[in-house]
Design a protein around this ligand. Structure first.
Ligand SMILES: CC(C)(COP(=O)(O)OP(=O)(O)OC[C@H]1O[C@@H](n2cnc3c(N)ncnc32)[C@H](O)[C@@H]1OP(=O)(O)O)[C@@H](O)C(=O)NCCC(=O)NCCS
Length: 181
């Protein structure tokens, strides 16, 4: 088997798709996209022109990956992850392909459900982005990010051993001493 594409999906010209990759219902792979072997592209996924995706990448339903994005091997994109490639988008300003901003997601990183990845960032190997987080800066390898804007919450190994920082909890309020009159 070369790769599988459901009949409702569309693959534009000059795409290269690796062995055993599966592309499920209503997904659109734009022109010149490279996808490696053993990947899963879920339902209703959009992949923009010239995007590069490595081997064994899992992309859940409703993910949007725009031009300028590169996903290395073993990356996991949870449902409804959104990438961006323009910092100040305007309906009336046309952006040339070469001016789209870049985003790199390195080997083994996981992007949680509904996370938003702003452009011009690199997400390090085996980093984990918490569900619903907004990534605005580079993420070091093996760090867990949560919140908007995303902040480091923990360190994690590729086998999910997690060491929490514990600094995101609100500081404990000092008990007020009641004055004895
Ligand atoms: C980030 C994550 C790994 C943290 O897991 P964890 O360390 O077990 O976290 P806990 O559930 O113990 O929560 C610890 C604290 O962080 C908060 N928290 C957990 N995940 C959060 C997130 N994504 N965004 C904001 N806060 C979060 C919790 O509310 C809790 O806060 P509290 O201490 O004030 O009560 C996990 O919550 C997550 O988001 N995983 C991604 C899931 C996903 O998207 N899967 C997609 C495939 S289905």
């Amino acid at each position: 088997m070369k790769y599988f594409k459901h009949s409702t999906s569309i693959i534009d010209k000059n795409c290269k798709i690796g062995k055993n990759t599966k592309i499920w219902h209503w997904s659109h792979i734009s022109a010149n996209v490279k996808i490696g072997a053993n990947c899963i592209i879920g339902q209703n996924v959009f992949i923009g022109n010239n995007v590069k995706i490595g081997n064994n990448v899992k992309i859940q339903n409703n993910v949007s990956i725009y031009e300028g994005v590169t996903l290395e091997n073993d990356v996991f994109c949870g449902p409804s992850v959104v990438f961006t490639n323009v910092k100040f988008p305007r309906s009336k300003i046309k952006i040339k392909s070469k001016n789209y901003l870049k985003t790199l997601v390195k080997t083994g990183a996981t992007l949680g459900a509904n996370s938003t990845i702003l452009s011009n960032v690199t997400i390090g190997s085996y980093a984990l982005i918490g569900a619903g987080s907004v990534v605005t800066k580079n993420v070091p390898s093996n760090k867990v990010i949560i919140g908007n804007p995303g902040k480091i919450y923990a360190t994690i190994t590729k086998t999910n051993k997690i060491k929490k920082k514990g600094t995101l909890k609100p500081a404990k309020k000092k008990k007020k001493k009641t004055k004895i009159i």
